[in-house]
Write a protein that binds this ligand. Structure first.
Ligand code: GLY
Length: 376
């Protein structure tokens, strides 16, 4: 089986690794492997805190992926000798004012109704857990089983693993899908050459909807949702675990790493394919973060970046065979790409190789957006 994967972000790389390890001849096409949203993401592994009412299938997918993470990382690190900064010391969500606290209470009830453990903390208990939190923090929720990973290290390890398993990397832009006899026959590169394949996986994040050669029914409904992120550094203990805050209804998060990096994110902007870092975006991040952690302004500045999340109409990934025979889709991971990497790789590699697909994949097929489904 010859498979070509368009897009070497975390999902494309992990799927390529799994498919190559299972014996397929895999080619990954990407001008800048790991250079998209995967290199900007903070890497919180928190299935619960970004899910809202009506998104229970997404929550189940997130939990299935979080459950796979430990073994996935152990295998990856053992195979490559590379560290991924994977941590499972929980995530703290805190509320700044009483409306934020009401939201967190609602979230806790929602979590409880789904049988998910989260511990409610008072403001004082939050500060005991994280002494740098502002005195005004009203309360919080500790999700003890959540964690984080460094997506840049994860990408580097996945790239090494995929190449070790025999995957070939083509550092070029995919211009379109080559179609023969009404089926995908490979990928046309920007220099006009065609990489032929039995099956093509479209895992190009928000660019997945932009490829030439696809019949309209096969184009995944994804759009770019910009996120600006700041990287800071500390030499003294500042934050022990990933912390997400709600500040007057606005959400901000900080993800600390053992090497002193603290990732502060993220804006959510509908501006098309715009990756400019703006003064307003950074001000918004710092404004909210300073309300929660006043000492943040003392930290050393390291980097700013902006990435494009692949958003779908229902915030959930789009994974499965498309309307064009031979073309599969693996995109739409929106705010959850890093979390959903292990389960997406299992689902997509099984689909590409006609293996048994995990049950949890059922809800995420591209055909849920077809005209037929909408007209019901
Ligand atoms: N999951 C974090 C974000 O998308 O900003």
């Amino acid at each position: 089986m010859e498979i070509v994967i368009i897009g070497a972000g975390v999902v494309g790389l992990a799927t390529g690794w799994r498919a190559a390890a299972a014996g397929a001849a895999v080619t990954l096409v990407d001008p800048d492997p790991g250079g998209g949203a995967s290199s900007v993401a903070a890497g919180m592994l928190t299935p619960v805190s970004e899910v809202t009412y009506g998104e229970e299938p997404l929550l189940r997918l997130g939990l299935a992926s979080r459950d796979r993470y430990g073994a996935f990382v152990a295998e990856l690190e053992e195979l490559t000798g590379l560290e991924t900064a994977y941590r499972t010391d929980g995530i703290l969500q805190v509320a700044f004012d009483s409306d934020d606290l009401t939201y967190l209470d609602d979230l806790r009830r929602f979590q409880e109704s789904l049988g998910i453990a989260a511990e409610a903390l008072t403001g004082r208990e939050c500060r005991k857990a994280e002494p740098m939190l502002a005195p005004g923090v009203r309360g919080g929720l500790l999700a003890p089983e959540d964690g984080s990973i460094d997506p840049r290290r994860l990408t580097a390890a996945l790239l090494t693993a995929a190449e070790k398993a025999g995957a070939r990397l083509v550092r070029r832009r995919a211009a379109g899908v080559a179609v023969e006899n009404d089926a995908a026959a490979g990928v046309r590169l920007d220099d006009g050459t065609v990489v032929r394949a039995d099956r093509v996986l479209l895992a190009a994040g928000p660019w997945s909807g932009d490829l030439a050669g696809l019949p309209p029914g096969a184009v995944p409904p994804v759009r770019p949702v910009k996120g600006q992120v700041m990287r800071l550094r500390t030499r003294v203990p500042f934050l022990t675990r990933a912390t997400r805050g709600l500040v007057k209804g606005s959400s901000v998060y900080l993800v600390p790493r053992a090497d002193g990096e603290i990732v502060l994110g993220a804006t959510q902007e509908e501006l098309g394919f715009d990756t400019r870092v703006t003064a307003g975006g950074l001000w918004e991040l710092l404004r909210d973060a300073r309300e929660l952690l006043p000492g943040i302004t003392e930290l050393e500045f390291a980097e700013v970046s902006a990435g494009l999340r692949p958003g779908s109409p229902d915030n959930a990934p789009v994974m499965g065979p498309s309307a064009l025979p031979g073309l599969f889709v693996g995109t739409g991971h929106f705010r959850n790409g890093v979390l959903l990497t292990p389960v997406s790789a299992d689902i997509l590699s099984a689909m590409l190789l006609d293996g048994p697909v995990p049950d949890v994949a059922g809800h995420f097929s591209p055909d849920r957006f077809s005209a037929e489904v909408h007209s019901r």
